[in-house]
Design a protein. Structure first.
Length: 480
């Protein structure tokens, strides 16, 4: 029986290894992590992450050919193939701080692999890493391993999106495998291809050299984020000209050279990947002396920051230039719907902006806990980049923040509502009931463009929706 070990039981390692186990019953898959709490959650009824369909897959395979363990060394020792899905956050200090990827976790995984291995291994990079990381990892393995043990490193970046991870893994657009040229590299690529071939059609498995695979992942995220920043930049112009961004998006989407995806204007993109990976790309460009290229990608992040602060400005200016002491309901805190993940969620910056102006926030998210929201709002940006369990817990709670368990409670007596995540249940709220229980004038700021603006205006709300014509009320120049 082929044995696989997945190092890192996070948002990528957990679902990816679970789907490999589901689709390859003859392979034994052990997922290992240094976090005891994460592993015990994977072995319990309450999985550590919320992802539609994940629970069913885990239930089907756990204890059969899928195991979760903290015995990292044992499973690495036994494995033929090792998938490394450890976190690669933005470096917090030292050379390249604030931009470069922090490869500490990757390096320590590589050193451990070299320490415990007694047989040849294929080491698969699943984590998103800077281009040419495989070279560095190869050196660490070569210099630290027992004599005669051979490693083949493959780059097999993961393209899943949170919220649709299981669907994306079961039916991927493509699987990318980069490897070394030469017979041993080709053999390793073929072994990994054979695993995916259990459920992925062969024409969707792309093979490249190592560096193209590594760079393609950074390029992929940069291109996706750039589309969102492009449409968000257009949304600001729409507001200034009474054009409507959804109509502009629709027109763009019908151009087959552009296509329909990733054109939803929003309060800004979030998530653990886009900002981190673009910063990493910027750093790599700068390190290669490509200043203009670095500046080009930096703008994608600048526009995203502008979009979040523009939203806060719009809330404050609409509400008579102050939200001090006013209750504002925040609906949604996760960085997108169908996930409990709050890493780099735009809600953090928006809430911090409103708190800075003295607002009292009443926050409701269907999947994010009060503890998580309080932690996110009290942590500084550097702490926030690192996994929760590797950081000392912050005990501060933000006094002006109240986390509640439903949308009606959040909006009761509020002056305004901010929709920050596009959860489906927010579309089904009885907005007449909400309006009746709010302070007047009652404002809605739809940061995800999910609500029916005309209907809300008929109900009596003053409505701001990104990139759409403003209420006369709001038609005043925005502060920078
Ligand atoms: P995560 O923080 O959820 O999970 C990483 C896990 O690795 C943590 O549980 C951590 O404890 C564990 N870990 C760290 N060092 C370890 C070690 N030496 N031995 C064993 N376990 C160790 O991160 P994630 O969101 O799963 O992302 C992992 C990687 O995948 C990152 O490089 C990320 O950029 C990339 N990626 C993420 C996504 C996504 O949507 N989250 C998608 C594609 C790629
Ligand atoms: C992203 C990539 O899509 C995925 O390929 C990669 O593997 C990991 O990073 P993820 O961050 O999980 O996935 O979610 P994604 O669906 O890309 O959304 C990222 C952010 O962009 C979210 O905050 C989302 O709300 C926002 N977004 C997305 C928009 O604002 N508008 C859009 O049109 C699409």
């Amino acid at each position: 029986m082929v044995k696989i070990c997945g190092i890192g039981a996070g948002y990528v390692g957990g679902p990816t290894m679970a789907v490999v186990a589901l689709k390859c019953p003859s392979i034994e898959v052990a997922v290992v992590d240094i976090s005891h709490s994460r592993i015990s959650a994977w072995n319990s009824k309450n999985l550590p992450i919320y992802e539609p369909g994940l629970e069913e897959v885990v239930k089907q395979c756990r204890g059969k050919n899928l195991f979760f363990s903290t015995d990292v060394e044992k499973h690495v020792y036994e494995a033929d193939i090792i998938f490394v899905s450890v976190n690669t956050p933005t470096k917090a200090r030292g050379l390249g701080a604030g931009k470069a990827a922090d490869l500490t976790y990757w390096e320590s995984a590589a050193r451990m692999i070299a320490d415990v291995s007694q047989s040849n291994k294929i080491v698969v990079e699943k984590s998103t890493v800077p281009v040419r990381t495989a070279e560095a990892i190869g050196r660490i393995l070569a210099h630290n391993s027992k004599k005669g043990i051979k490693y083949q490193i493959l780059s097999n970046p993961e393209f899943l999106s949170e919220g649709t991870a299981i669907q994306d893994l079961l039916d991927p657009d493509r699987v990318l495998i980069g490897g070394n040229d030469g017979p041993e590299g080709h053999e390793a690529i073929q072994k990994l291809k054979d695993i995916y071939a259990n459920w992925v059609p062969e024409d969707r498995i792309i093979t490249t050299n190592l560096w193209s695979a590594e760079l393609s992942k950074l390029a992929d995220n940069a291109f996706l984020a750039q589309r969102i920043s492009s449409i968000n930049a257009m949304s600001a112009l729409c507001e200034a000209t009474s054009a409507e961004v959804s109509q502009v998006s629709h027109a763009l989407s019908k151009n087959t050279k552009i296509g329909p995806k990733f054109l939803n204007a929003s309060v800004g993109f979030g998530g653990s990947c886009f900002q981190k990976d673009i910063l990493n790309l910027v750093y790599i460009c700068e390190s290669n002396g490509l200043v203009e290229v670095a500046n080009y990608w930096k703008e994608v992040i600048k526009v995203n920051d502008y979009q979040k602060s523009r939203f806060v400005n719009r809330v404050v200016t609409s509400m008579f230039n102050t939200v001090s002491g006013k209750k504002i309901a925040v609906l949604g805190f996760a960085f997108k719907k169908d996930t409990s993940d709050t890493r780099k969620t735009p809600a953090i910056d928006v809430c911090k902006g409103l708190l800075g102006d003295g607002a009292c926030l009443s926050i409701y998210d269907p999947q994010v806990s009060e503890e998580q929201i309080q932690k996110d709002l009290s942590m500084n940006n550097v702490e926030w980049d690192y996994p929760i369990h590797l950081q000392p817990m912050s005990s501060t709670t933000v006094k002006q923040v109240n986390v509640v368990s439903d949308a009606y409670e959040a909006t009761k007596d509020a002056h305004g509502i901010c929709i920050l995540t596009e959860w489906d249940e927010f579309k089904a709220i009885d907005y007449q009931r909400v309006f009746d229980n709010m302070q007047k004038p009652a404002f809605v700021f739809d940061g995800r463009n999910i609500l029916n603006v005309d209907k809300l205006r008929e109900t009596g709300f003053i409505v701001y929706s990104i990139g759409r014509p403003l209420d006369l009320w709001q038609n005043m120049p925005q502060q920078a």
